[in-house]
Design a binder for this molecule. Structure first.
Ligand code: FAD
Length: 447
């Protein structure tokens, strides 16, 4: 009997997804942001998918996969950008979105199952006068497990930092063994389970810190030059009297792609996109005046997360909007030197003109304000893309390469040795998200 038939016998035919269109969809994420990844991953597909409703069901599937040595690929909403959720060797996609219980809300923490959507969690918390610290701009779709295992930061990171800055308190992991173990991991060791593409265990629950609810007003402020917009954002980022949740800046012509904002934006003006605590709004206006900015669009705090959101145009949503207007658009993840940022931008502009367009997200990293850049790049060829990356690096701009699905190759300073050790302990048959931890022979197979 084929293993898929055995699986159907074990958990019921109706619980194994085999329809090709559904399996194809569940085998994909947003890897197509990268034409390089698109080439490598477009025909990778699982044999079937399952969506367990309980942790017990999940354990049964894991045991089955171990006995039959079937690759397993965990999946949340599939909004990852690096193909990290694409099954490279067939097998079973584990759709975890039905593990969606909010287990417990306390004064300062929330315990949730991995498949809870970040947006539903935030909405639930706000009803109880609380809120999340950080969530990605894809929060309406993406899951807690997917964010912890595949994301980094987002809305809230300007105040609280990213996933490594105390914004995850504990994770519960299921190992991939004949007798799956349940591990409760916290402290330093937990860092090796964050942003590791779920390669060392399936995350089933997490405890996150939460905060009292704040009323957030949203603004788009326009500036005549991008330099002015960046200087404004830098001062705002460092101004602790103005509590903020989002601080993003895009140079023109990136905002030209923001279809839903079109009537509010002016040609040639660069924009800052902000979420600001209501009581700090008068201080914000003083700062806007200082930098000769102009408020182009406001969403009052009573309309927060009801309908249009400024965050829909920030982080990698900016790239998505640009992509909608040209298939040959891609992006980079870069870090400019704060002392040389304008000189570095000038050198890049002189060399590549509008082939590279600038976008920064301000955030905290280990308590210090910093900015990450998600420049939009017109894609011409893989060679040209790496020529651009080389030029960035030669000029002191570091790049986290978003054009690889291999863990650790895209930056983030992951502790790869520790992750590899955990992989051997927790997944001894190398079944979980197989091929994402770089090994020479696998790299050869895929490239
Ligand atoms: P998926 O894509 O389903 O999974 C991500 C990775 O985690 C995969 O490797 C998967 O195998 C693994 N995984 C998923 N669930 C589990 C689990 N329970 N246990 C073990 N492994 C698991 N990212 C940010 O950090 N910040 C942003 O602001 C941001 N903005 C984005 C904007 C757009 C338009 C897009 C397309 C992407 C953006 N991303 C961003 C990337 C991505 O949306 C986020 O990282 C998101 O949180 C991923 O969640 P997901 O549920 O879709 O995860």
């Amino acid at each position: 009997m084929m293993w898929k038939d055995k699986l159907m016998q074990l958990i019921g035919e109706e619980n194994v997804i085999v329809k090709q269109a559904a399996v194809d969809r569940l085998s994909k994420d947003f890897y197509w942001y990268s034409p390089v990844l698109h080439e490598q991953l477009r025909d990778k597909v699982a044999d079937c998918a399952v969506a367990p409703k309980t942790i017990e069901e999940l354990k049964t599937i894991v045991q089955f996969a171990v006995e039959n040595r079937i690759p397993l690929t965990p999946r949340g909403a599939g909004t990852g950008n690096y193909g990290q959720g694409v099954p490279l060797f067939g097998g079973i996609v584990l759709d975890l979105t039905r593990l969606n219980q909010i287990v417990e809300v306390n004064d300062t923490t929330v315990k949730v199952q991995a498949g809870v959507k970040m947006g539903i969690l935030e909405k639930t918390l706000r009803k109880e006068e609380k809120e999340l610290r950080i969530f990605p701009s894809t929060f309406m779709k993406s899951t807690v497990g997917g964010f912890l295992c595949g994301g980094s930061g987002g809305i809230g990171s300007i105040r609280w930092g990213n996933l490594w800055d105390g914004n995850v308190l504990e994770v519960t992991i299921i190992t991939i063994e004949e007798e799956p173990r349940i591990l409760n991991v916290s402290g330093e060791e937990m860092h090796d389970y964050i942003h590791n593409y779920g390669t060392t265990g399936i995350l089933v629950e997490a405890v996150l810190p939460i905060e009292p609810k704040t009323e957030w007003s949203q603004f788009i402020v326009s500036f005549t030059t991008f330099q002015q917009a960046v200087l404004f954002c830098d001062e705002l980022a460092h101004n602790e009297a103005i509590t903020k949740r989002l601080l993003s800046v895009c140079e023109w012509p990136i905002p030209a792609h923001f279809q839903q904002l079109k009537k509010h934006l002016t040609e040639d003006k660069s924009i800052a996109m902000l979420e600001i605590a209501e009581p700090a709004v008068p201080l914000l206006h003083e700062l806007i005046d200082k930098y000769s900015g102009e408020v182009s669009f406001t969403i009052s705090s009573d309309k927060y997360h009801k309908g249009l959101k400024v965050s829909d145009f920030t982080w990698n949503h900016a790239t998505l909007w640009a992509h909608k207007h040209g298939e040959n658009i891609t992006y980079l993840q870069a870090r400019f030197d704060p002392q040389r940022v304008f000189e570095q931008m000038r050198l890049i502009r002189e060399k590549f003109e509008l082939e590279v367009q600038f976008h920064f997200e301000f955030m905290k990293n280990k308590g210090k304000v910093t900015s990450g850049s998600l420049p939009i790049v017109e894609y011409k060829s893989k060679e040209r893309l790496y020529e651009i990356i080389d030029f960035f690096e030669e000029n002191g701009v570091s790049v986290n390469d978003p054009h690889t699905y291999l863990l650790g190759s895209g930056g983030y300073n992951l502790r790869m040795k520790e992750i590899e050790t955990l992989k051997k302990q927790n997944d001894p048959y190398d079944l979980l998200n197989k091929g994402k931890i770089p090994k020479d022979e696998k790299m050869e197979l895929m490239n």
